[in-house]
Design a protein around this ligand. Structure first.
Ligand code: SF4
Length: 330
């Protein structure tokens, strides 16, 4: 069976801040693809550029950050060139969004059900209020909100953290989007609710064929749900591949370090070195491999030459000057 064409394809993306005369690169040369019905885990420490990369897809970059190179193709259309009107259609219609903080998505002055009603009617003006209300109640029920008729009339402050997150997922899924971007959707939640939120995303994938990009610093979460994983460090993708392959046979020292903090996820966890130090700020990135000051395996060449992604196995790539570790699938 042939692999379906990507739904979302980011290529050569560069994001900069600062003045045009003295730009600071936050994200550079990022390539990512998401296929229909696929869950991509986008992993990295805070500040690695993973959220900004996905925000660029939706035209939601914060003030002062701009895309200066690359393309973001959505079902074949370049979104970096899209008008604000077109981006509004994409956001909440074709692409749903779930954030860590429901306050970003739920207006405290609006009833929870009305968030779904508004999203539905924004993308289908022929839909009556009554029909939209009924679909909002169905949407809340589908994400496991008990007593959805009554809950739809309540305000966000009447919902617990976990219930707010469910409501946000109901808003994100209201228009049956082809892709959901979930940015640290479970970070503020306890373990039980985390599992429930993952279940909801999994159900959307299985029942509706929704693709998901799960942005997280938590490899454990990714191991639960992702089909493929991309690891970002200091604004670039350093490793990408099928989830199982990447966990069983990590190729980049940074990925190996991340797995060392979750040894049960790594096939050879005991042998993996943990990572010391902090990632660099965008304005202070070292020459060569940005990871070299923290890398226990750095070579001389790592201080001067930027490694590029190279195949390390079937559909598995890593950006590192080291040869593949012994035992790697090649
Ligand atoms: Fe370490 Fe060098 Fe590989 Fe960078 S390129 S991860 S410094 S070995």
């Amino acid at each position: 069976m042939s692999t379906p064409a990507p739904l979302l394809e980011i290529s050569g993306l560069r994001l900069e801040t600062g003045s045009p005369q003295a730009p600071v690169r936050i994200v550079d040369e990022v390539d990512l693809a998401v296929r229909p019905g696929e869950v991509l885990g986008l992993v990295g420490e805070s500040g690695s550029g993973k959220s900004l990369t996905m925000r660029s897809v939706l035209g939601l970059l914060p003030g002062g950050v701009r895309a200066t190179a690359g393309r973001v193709r959505w079902a074949g259309e370049d979104l970096l060139d899209a008008s604000e009107a077109r981006l509004r259609e994409v956001r909440g219609g074709e692409v749903g969004m779930v954030f860590q903080d429901p306050a970003q998505a739920l207006d405290p002055l609006m009833r929870v059900g009305d968030h779904i009603v508004e999203t539905l009617r924004l993308h289908d003006r022929r839909l009556s209020r009554r029909e939209a209300r009924s679909r909002a109640v169905d949407g809340l029920a589908a994400v496991g909100v008990p007593d959805p008729e009554r809950r739809a009339r309540q305000y966000p402050h009447e919902f617990s953290g976990g219930m707010k997150q469910r409501a946000m997922i109901a808003v994100a899924l209201a228009n049956r989007p082809r892709l959901v971007i979930a940015d640290e959707p479970t970070t503020a939640l306890d373990v039980t609710i985390q599992a429930q939120v993952l279940d909801l995303l999994r159900t959307a994938r299985d029942d509706l064929g929704t693709a998901v990009v799960l942005i997280t610093h938590d490899l454990g979460l990714v191991a639960e749900i992702a089909d493929r994983v991309a690891v970002m460090y200091a604004g670039g993708v350093v490793e990408v591949g099928p989830a199982q392959t990447l966990f069983d046979d990590p190729q980049h020292p940074y990925t190996r370090g991340l797995l060392a903090s979750r040894p049960h996820l790594a096939a050879r966890g005991a042998a993996l070195p943990a990572i010391g130090g902090q990632p660099p700020l965008p304005a202070g990135r070292p020459a060569g491999c940005a990871f070299h000051p923290r890398c226990p395996l750095a070579l001389d060449v790592c201080r001067t030459q930027v490694p590029v992604l190279q195949l390390r196995g079937t559909a598995h790539e890593a950006a590192c000057h080291l040869p593949a570790p012994e035992g790697a699938h090649r």
